[in-house]
Design a protein around this ligand. Sequence first.
Ligand SMILES: NC(=[NH2+])NCCC[C@H](N)C(=O)O
Ligand SMILES: [Mn+2]
Ligand SMILES: [Mn+2]
Length: 299
Amino acid sequence: MKKKISIIGVPMDLGQMRRGVDMGPSAIRYAGVVDRLEQLGYEIEDLGDIEIGKPDRDIGETVNLRNLKAVVVASRKLADQVDLVVQKGNFPLVLGGDHSIAIGSLAGISKHYKDLGVIWYDAHGDLNSSETSPTGNIHGMPLAVSLGIGHPHLTFIGGYAPKIKPENIVIIGARSLDKGEKELIKDKGIKVYTMHEIDRLGMTKVIEETIHYLKNKTDGVHLSLDLDGLDPADAPGVGTPVIGGVSYRESHLAMEMLEESKIITSAEFVEVNPILDERNKTAIVAVALMGSLFGEKLL
Ligand SMILES: NC(=[NH2+])NCCC[C@H](N)C(=O)O
Ligand SMILES: [Mn+2]
Ligand SMILES: [Mn+2]
């Protein structure tokens, strides 16, 4: 029997400065996510969107943490929703919204696992804190926050920290890392497949190794897929594009292999910005990748 999928939209744009990423969930729904997954035989429950507040007016102690208060409030709401979905035994599928939403997703999911694994499919490490961030944008911080690094208002969402262990993380697609992020990766021994390794090994080997690396030490794996992990030629509708990324074909293969492995227990697709997109291409790509992740086959 197939698991029921619960979709949660998070129209969050406060974790960065490009307007339009709040329309990501609409763009992904418009690209037909519900029909696509229903056709695969899943029962879909669309829980609608989490309510996102207004940008913070006062800066105060939140220097280099843009909109900290509003991000915290939204993350708590998302964590509660995701928590309920996992409690019900459904598969949480979170649609973003900027990548700061991973803070809430992981806060709601991780409490249900002893050793949650995370696959971070992204051009970036998102391992900054207010001390290392060159921008103050919280979407560049969620993976660090989930490791318990950062402002306590963020790291303690859900009432516990850390959410994940460094040895249970695999980053795939990295090609833009800030100085502090590189230091953290070395310091914590986080497994990273940069574009260099993807070029050298090929995606098949990268995903085989990733599955092997996570399979026996984790009791669940969350896929956090930032569409900017893909090359901007295939996914132009993102706020922080970086050339030289993973192709659509490679990403498609990665999703199929993850589906076959049955290790993925929750997922989020983030940073879809229809304002910056070309005819909703990036949302269409996101939905195609979701199709593969949930078992779509040509024959
Ligand atoms: N989720 C993302 N797109 N993150 C981009 C982060 C870019 C940069 N490293 C920063 O900290 O601002
Ligand atoms: Mn990114
Ligand atoms: Mn990201």
